[in-house]
Design a protein. Structure first.
Length: 255
């Protein structure tokens, strides 16, 4: 099996996202907005951009035994257009290892800046780990195929929707814009001391209670980063609640 450090270009991914932002603006001005767009955008960001790559693929909080469900989940994730799922797990592992180290953490806002992080404008000066990358590429053939053909499914969907109905295409691009900003907001905000941020542990990240309706448990980022207490449930006390934990428990039973 050939191994390469090559990943889908982040510049292309971010460029596509900004094209989608412009299409979203066009949609807002020239079409009647479908109210479902907010829900679909949120769901794509929460389930496609958090549950799938973070709780399942990066941390194994639930197990998928059926290949067709793995293919379905990889497809949903690729439609978020936030980068290869292997690249996500690779960067996330290094993020936990070098949490907020400005010289090594792939996406700490303390190096790239809050707004650059919010809009996906990362640099490439962080510390790479070739052995980890090779191991991740060898883990799963399905993941490797989606990694190597990352843009195929989104492009096929864009062409199909464009041929069927331009408004359907704009609905998809607007949904992706909403989901992208939700995911980037999570990355930037949960490592920044904003209003309502607090810590239970002396480690990276913050818990931000007012983001719960959007992030469904992942707003308890400080609890998640507490390495001496690896727990699928981010709850730390009776005042905290992790809805995504119960979603993962349900998925573990049916997948």
């Amino acid at each position: 099996m050939s191994i390469t450090l090559k990943a889908p270009s982040q510049k292309i991914v971010v460029s596509m996202q900004w094209v989608f932002v412009l299409l979203f603006v066009f949609y807002l001005f020239f079409f009647d907005i479908n109210p479902w767009i907010i829900f679909v955008g949120w769901f794509l960001g929460w389930f496609g951009g958090i549950i799938i790559p973070h709780r399942w693929y990066s941390h194994n909080y639930f197990v998928i035994n059926k290949n067709y469900i793995k293919i379905l989940f990889h497809t949903i994730y690729n439609l978020t257009l936030i980068g290869s799922i292997i690249s996500y797990k690779y960067q996330h592992a290094l993020h936990h290892k070098f949490n907020d180290d400005v010289n090594a953490d792939p996406h700490t806002p303390f190096r790239t800046g809050f707004w650059n992080t919010t809009f996906g404008l990362y640099d490439n000066v962080w510390k790479h780990d070739r052995k980890l990358w090779i191991r991740l590429l060898r883990e799963c053939k399905i993941s490797k195929w989606f990694h190597e053909n990352y843009f195929l499914i989104p492009i096929l969907l864009i062409i199909t929707l464009g041929l069927i109905n331009i408004e359907l295409l704009l609905f998809y691009t607007a949904s992706v814009t909403i989901s992208w900003q939700l995911i980037q907001l999570k990355i930037a905000t949960l490592h920044w001391k904003v209003w309502g941020a607090y810590k239970n542990y002396d480690c990276g990240g913050y818990n931000i209670w007012w983001l719960k309706p959007i992030l469904m448990g992942d707003e308890m980022h400080n609890n998640h980063h507490y390495s001496s207490k690896p727990n699928k449930n981010y709850k730390n006390n009776w005042k905290e609640f992790d809805p995504s934990f119960y979603v993962c428990k349900f998925l573990n039973k049916i997948c």
